[in-house]
Design a protein around this ligand. Structure first.
Ligand code: HEM
Length: 209
């Protein structure tokens, strides 16, 4: 896990994240993923996390674009989190791809609930709890992230157009991403596993569907 994180406190919620970023030279507007894990996650594999995504709308303005994260690195055979803004809300879809084509809806029991979000003319951000997201089973294709390994391989993508059917996450349509992509091996700082995790997770009460 080559890439050390930045340790960053989200100002609105006080949640302490490990963050990794792609810079504007790689993707217009930049991209950031943050992760926070349950307090024992560095010794016992966690099943859930609190995530932070900061994604770009720089090309087409407020409420445009989408971004995605692969929880294992590649687009294929990894749980994918796709996020996009619409009318001031940030929507998400849990997706899964077995090839390099439009992903399907993830068929496992993972669940996203929101803690905070912002939408402005250049970016959208989301702080969210992702339960049952670190081990997956999509129609028999299994995998996962072992948080006790001390890091993970992750992937990111961004796209300029908005998805089709943006207010119906199970029916979005996307074209192939056109604002950069990449993978990185992210090392975890010990601050990623925080005693306050349960209290933070309890703030995830909002569902945007
Ligand atoms: C990479 C196609 C949607 C996540 C790739 C690559 C292709 C592709 C061909 C590899 C390109 C290369 O290596 O040069 C597509 C098509 C899509 C689509 C045709 C829809 C029609 C998505 C969505 C996500 C996603 C919705 C959500 C997270 C990724 C990631 C990578 C990637 C993380 C980089 C890692 C890798 O190369 O495997 N995609 N994609 N893609 N895609 Fe997609």
């Amino acid at each position: 896990f080559a890439q050390a994180p930045s340790v960053w406190t989200h100002p609105g919620t006080g949640i302490v994240f490990n963050t990794w970023s792609a810079y504007p030279a790689q993707t217009q507007g930049g991209f950031t993923l943050g992760l926070a894990l349950p307090s024992n996650a560095l010794t016992t594999d966690a099943t859930e996390f609190i995530g932070y995504m900061e994604c770009s709308s720089v090309k087409n303005g407020a409420n445009s674009g989408w971004c995605g994260v692969s929880l294992k690195g590649p687009m294929t055979n990894s749980l994918l989190i796709t996020a996009w803004p619409n009318a001031g809300e940030v929507y998400t879809a849990l997706q899964f791809a077995t090839g390099y084509a439009a992903p399907a809806n993830y068929e496992g029991n993972a669940k996203i609930t929101q803690i905070a979000s912002t939408v402005n003319s250049t970016h959208f951000t989301l702080v969210f709890r992702c339960q049952n997201c670190l081990q997956w089973n999509h129609e028999g294709v299994t995998g996962g992230v072992s948080t006790s390994a001390g890091g993970g391989q992750f992937g990111w993508v961004q796209a300029f157009p908005s998805p089709g059917n943006p207010t119906c996450p199970s029916q979005i349509t996307v074209n192939q991403h056109d604002n950069g992509m990449g993978q990185w091996g992210g090392a975890f700082d010990s601050s990623i596993a925080n005693p306050s995790y349960s209290a933070w997770a309890a703030k995830a009460t909002k569902t945007v569907t």
